[in-house]
Design a protein around this ligand. Structure first.
Ligand code: FES
Ligand code: FES
Length: 195
């Protein structure tokens, strides 16, 4: 029996089937709905998304349509955090958000954090502490750690563990990642001087 993959609530304004260029549904003759072009604000830049399907995830749109491969696709079901991005300042799994639903929001990917320098010390500490092995989880950790320390610079180890609990790493055993966070906290305290 064909699986209905179309989202139940299609936003108003979408050009619903039949749409030119639509793909065939598995086992059906109705084309996929094709989205009108929409705009995403990503890393401070307005980017146009064209030719997409309304059911594409934000992760797919970022990686495959906008050329931003920093967010990784590991589980594609909200379990691993490798696809973490900020959506209006909140960490989300980009695989669980529809790209079209992010229109009008501010999306920040790891590329935006690293080009601004906001995550430079986090990256360096992860590398220095041996918190990067295969590296597949690393961009998600960089996003989550950068966000946590911006909100809570003096987060306790328990708070760090809790904040990173949605990010899975299958190489490092987490100890080195926690060590890296603690190094960044110490360095930032020193740079901030006494007080
Ligand atoms: S790829 Fe999104 S949570 Fe794993
Ligand atoms: S370094 Fe390989 S999964 Fe984390």
């Amino acid at each position: 029996m064909p699986v209905e993959q179309r989202p139940p609530d299609v936003p108003a304004g979408w050009d619903l089937p039949p749409a030119p260029g639509g793909r065939e549904t598995p086992g059906g003759d109705r084309p996929w709905p094709t989205a009108e072009a929409y705009e995403l604000v990503v890393n401070g830049e307005t980017r146009e998304v064209t030719g997409g399907w309304v059911g594409e995830s934000l992760l797919f749109v970022l990686r495959e349509r906008l050329g931003l491969p920093g967010a990784k696709n590991a589980c594609e079901q909200g379990e691993c955090g490798s696809c973490s991005v900020l959506l209006d300042g909140v960490v989300v799994c980009a695989c669980c958000v529809l790209g079209a639903d992010a229109a009008g929001a501010e999306v920040t990917t790891v590329e935006g954090l690293t080009s601004s320098g906001a995550a430079a010390d986090v990256q360096a500490a992860l590398v220095g502490a041996g918190g990067v092995q295969c590296g597949f989880c690393t961009p998600g950790f960089v996003v989550a750690i950068t966000d946590l320390l911006a909100r809570s610079p003096d987060a306790t180890e328990l708070e760090v563990r809790e904040a990173l609990s949605g990010n899975l790493c299958r190489c490092t055993g987490y100890g080195r990642i926690l060590e890296a966070v603690s190094e960044v906290q110490a360095e930032r305290r020193m740079a901030g001087g006494p007080g």
